[in-house]
Design a protein around this ligand. Sequence first.
Ligand code: ZN
Length: 458
Amino acid sequence: MKTVFTGGIVVSSYGCRRLDVLVEDEKIAALGNDLDATAARIVDAAGCYLLPGFIDAHTHLELNNGRTDTADNFTTGSIAAVCKGTTTVIDMATPERGHTLKECLAKWNRMAEGKSSCDYNYHMSLIEFNEAVAKEIPEMVAAGVTSFKMYMAYDNLRTTDAELYEAMKAIQKVGGMLGVHCENGDLVNALQAQFLREGKTAPKYHPLSRPNALEAEAVNRYLMIANEAGLAVNIVHLSTREALEVVLRARENGQKVFVETCPQYLLLDDHLYDSPDFEGAKYVCAPPLRSIQDQQALWQGVIHGAIDTISTDHCDFNFASQKTLGKNDFTQIPGGLPGVETRAELLYTAGVATGKISIEQFVALLSENIARQFHLYPQKGVLAVGSDADIVLWDPNANGVITAQTQLQHVDYSAYEGFQTVGFAKAVYLRGKAISENGRLLKGQQGKFVFRKIPEGK
Ligand SMILES: [Zn+2]
């Protein structure tokens, strides 16, 4: 089957060009101005940008946090993703203690296969590191999973620094990518215990138990260890000015560091934890929302390229029935925010429409840089001959409002209730097939596992 997209502006990190795009079956076959449209279906993209499908490299679409399950699962979360332009997610696969990575991979495949409406892959979490896990690292890479996740906070997930170092060396050997949740877990525990002893149990003590210094210290330690191991690494959901300064210093010393942040750290701030009626619980995530000053520093990082990628850390729990588990103890509030649906609209509105960033930067941050970093490029992340035809027809003039009532995410609130948006994924194509139109799903559950391969010489 052939489709020609006519009249749109094709965007990459390098620039914008008015080009028609010919799609044959699942791939882009040609770009140009006088393409042979014989026997092709024509899609009129006039007035729209043609963007490579967005990639969300940080989701927890279906997760049990030990007490409760996320409100979304692969079926619902992927619909919310793809209908707003995210055609690929890299979900956090998290093994249970004592289980092999292979068992975890099989479990995640069972959750996603035949259910996901967008393409997918996983970061494999290493919650312990030993000989047996080391042997599984090349097996994961051979299975198409080339990136790993580790934690410096959360007692059920974090490892020792020695384990982190050993894991880095194993990942370095295969040319893989590591992302780490950087917060000083010991100090989080100590501060939480202190607040609870003092009878301070409300959501507003959540950010106070995870101050900026705890992130900056962990980022610094992580980068020092990575430097010893000789591994280029990723920092997930970086949230503070201090941590970004640590990164800049490491880069000045020649270290290769990738930085991800999330819309909530660019658009929301810690005043929200003072909301009445326990509503602060809606914003409990780790790292917590930060100050306006941090937000401004992160925006500068986005604008000047110190921040490479923006993903969501989508991990949602219902306010009425799940966040309330922490009604009398903020440490028991399930952590995480919904977000896989709204990233592009939020960033386009707050970034591109305000003139803070260009449309090229928008594409780089939400798609191209992510594809390059995580071994998906050029299959994903770019509209080029031979690439998957994951295409977003982006209407830059559409207006909308984010509300829980109309969202596709299967959760009872939005962290951005009432936020007025500019720009909208008018139509979304996944590997050449029309998947959504005007935010509505046409035909779902056609997502596939995208096999990732580490390029030679890496
Ligand atoms: Zn996460």
